[in-house]
Ligand binder design. Sequence first.
Ligand code: SF4
Length: 357
Amino acid sequence: MAEPFLSVDRLQTHFPIRRGVLRRTVGAVQAVDGVSFAVERGETLGLVGESGCGKTTVGRSLLRLVEPTGGEVTLGGVDVRRVSGGKLRALRRRMQVVFQDPYGSLNPRMTVRGILEEGLIVHRMGSASERVERMQRALERTGMPADALRRYPHEFSGGQRQRIAIARALVLEPEFLVLDEPVSALDVSIQAQVVNLLVDLRRDLGLTFLFISHDLSVVEYLSDRVAVMYLGRFVETASAAKLYREPLHPYTQALFSAVPSVDPERRRNRIILPGDVPSPSKPPSGCRFHPRCPLAESVCRTVDPPEVAIDGHRVHCHVAARELEQAGGDVAAASRQIAGMIAAQTSSARAVPSASV
Ligand code: SF4
């Protein structure tokens, strides 16, 4: 079988906690702790989870904007963690990122030309006139006028700035884009335009996306598959259609219970989880979700749940594994059963219309 375009195996990114005059390492923030997934060329993997769950660190680790502390990452056959020098530079051209904040991510002292040309010069792409042509093409693709090159970021609206940020990534002709909350800072009316632009670019240029967002509705619209992250780990991954319709993991059920739906089959009572997300420097034993899980059993406190996979639907949960087995592998039936169990356990269940977590 052909290798996937992006392959991530047990990715780990821990940040040391240092204390005292000698700055001794006294612990580690386990921002990402053993995450594995694959993305096919042209596919969009959505990544969702509460703030601080590690989803941004996953994106940055793939691009080596932060150095992973363990695991393997392969992009198009290149071992991302082991390349250096010119090979790393060449790889970085193929992997670009668009950040959330179009105000902070563009240097206000540089013209749009300076911002777009910087990467072309670093990667030694084209003569001066070829670079101008490339920049004009990238601006055109993102719906910006060519004369934007002469202007400064402050002359543009938030939506236009995000288009410029996307053009800055596109000008290098990448194959893989990490989109880190790319529409979260924009007005709702502008969000749809930028999301549609991303859909067009993916189709026209054959791009592969890792789409990171806390907005579950946008993630569903844009993603082929979605991974749910909790405290540095993936807890469930499936096609967007399956995951939103038949979530198995109690955390996914709680997360999606906040999404309004016109589909009666997808309408759920809102599940309010108790407590806050624990510190990633001291993750709970066993299943990391157990202190907040309405279905936690004694085994959950001590044994890390292994992955169970059915038709590409992957979940880490003891109860989900058992329910799947009892349902003879029928994911829809197991999902309904788990939802019923949570409803029975959750006295605060009530319908709340909200689009995000
Ligand atoms: Fe809840 Fe246990 Fe499943 Fe973890 S393994 S999500 S604690 S039921």
